[in-house]
Design a protein around this ligand. Structure first.
Ligand code: HEC
Length: 164
């Protein structure tokens, strides 16, 4: 009897350990791994165009170089709540920016930022990417140009846009 219980406990414990191990693969179960393809699949499958706009930036608004002349900035719930409450972006936060040309209708690029605990501790753990409108990645990962400019632009946590 004791042996049976011991075995049962061992099975349960190792089961949890297995789940925990899988979860430590970045943000776990439902969040994408920080690579170009997984993040693109995730944001398109979750249809980011149905997400909330970054607080105070509903619809299209003017942007500046190197981003589009016109922008749309979407936030998943985690990112939206943090922005709304002026808190730093927690793990799992995703901002997706659409960059449009001067004509306001041609989508030039999609540039997300995605916070993944432990991914890049020296630069606030953001995964950065730039995709063409067709999802082709032009840059992805710990992209130096994104990081250094966002750092220089100020704004805590590498987020330049201030919620309003
Ligand atoms: C030379 C400076 C510069 C570079 C390089 C740059 N950004 Fe930005 N980024 C900005 C500025 C300025 C804003 C504020 C919006 C605007 O006016 O364009 C911004 C805004 C954003 C936003 C909206 C959230 C926020 O921080 O305000 C995202 C998302 C973003 N950039 C992603 C990226 C990604 C991904 C890259 C690299 C592929 C990148 N950016 C490279 C300057 C830069």
């Amino acid at each position: 009897m004791k042996k049976t219980i011991a075995v049962a406990v061992a099975v349960i414990v190792s089961g949890f350990a297995f789940i925990a191990l899988q979860d430590t693969a970045y943000t776990g179960g439902t969040m994408p791994a920080p690579d170009a393809e997984s993040v693109w699949d995730y944001i398109t499958q979750k249809d980011y165009t149905q997400w909330k706009f970054f607080p105070g930036y509903e619809g299209m608004y003017p942007g500046q170089s190197p981003h589009g002349a016109h922008l749309k900035l979407y936030a998943n719930d985690i990112a939206y709540d943090a922005a709304k409450n002026n808190r730093p972006m927690p793990e799992g936060a995703i901002l997706v920016k659409e960059n449009y040309g001067k004509d306001k209708s041609s989508l030039m690029a999609v540039t997300p930022m995605y916070k993944v605990s432990g991914y890049n501790p020296g630069a606030s753990d953001w995964f950065w990417a730039k995709y063409g409108p067709d999802g082709k990645a032009m840059a992805a990962g710990k992209v130096d140009s994104c990081i250094s400019c966002h750092e220089a632009m100020g704004g805590g946590d590498y987020v330049v846009t201030e919620p309003k």
